[in-house]
Write a protein that binds this ligand. Sequence first.
Ligand SMILES: [Cu+2]
Length: 352
Amino acid sequence: MRPRRRWNTSRLARASLALLVAGGLLLTVTLVTPIALPLSVEVGDPVGFAHTTPTSAPAPTTVLVQMTDAPAFVPNSISVDAGSNVTFDLQNVGNYTHTFTLLRQANVTLSPSLTPDQLNAYLRENGSAINESVAPGGTASVTYNVPLTTYSMTFEYVSVVAYQFQAGMHGTLSVIPTIGGNATLSDNTTNALSFVPDVLELNTTGIHFPINVTITLTNLGSLEHTWSLVPQPGVTITPTNFTAYFGAHPALANITVTPSGGSGSFLMDGPGVYMYICEEPGHFASGMYGYLYVGVAPPPPSAVSTTIVYAWVLAVALGIVGIGVVLSFVVSYTGRFPKPPAGGAPPEGGHY
Ligand SMILES: [Cu+2]
């Protein structure tokens, strides 16, 4: 059988050369592109970012604490601001010595059944933040800087003079949270059922919690949404469990976003990654959720889309080179073993 040749070898040679050159060029450009050319566009998540502005420290306060022979502290309940300087003016109004001894350990209520030795052993073991003895009729003044980190904690104060604590001479110091700073975030909702951006970052460097956050939501579409924040860091909820989850853990923020937008404020208690979703039926399942990074850097923008674009260009370049290679094989085959048409002249450009 004689091979049918619809192309002569010189045209095939030119075609294969052109394809090899084109494919090679595209391949070279593709391989160099990630460094040299913005051929592929970075399609990472846009990140909404806000700094936190520190609030000024709470004003120093003075608290009068009377020590009586009841024996008792008056008052037996004191509230102070986290981070504040508190001066305790201790006044012994009785005829016995009393101590004002503030436990170092938080959220501990000692049992009145402890013996004096057991109480002393506890204090030796766990320490005290204040331990001031006041003689009968005497006064003393102690200044204490309430650690910022002790917000929402309680600390018991006792008299360690034998049997006074056991007889009721104790009280509770409660530390009230003071807002460490203010931050303002913004986000958008769309009719495509997405938050734009769906990554928000709150920089809290050098600022203590809690932080007062205000968020403004702009509705880029016409549908109603909610911006509902999971109260626990690191918790991922799903379209099937979010209703039950919010039933057990009320949302930290639950802002209604009408077609004209919405806004709200909430307190962030600590750092972490907090998920937020839209609770409108079907919206979360359609991908309407995002993450708020508090004091934690979000992951670098995803390069997935870039990689896909890049891979396609690479595949096309390899394909063109492949066709060029195949064609050049065909050319060399037909060039090496040409067969003239019966009774005709040698093919143009044929190698005899
Ligand atoms: Cu929605």
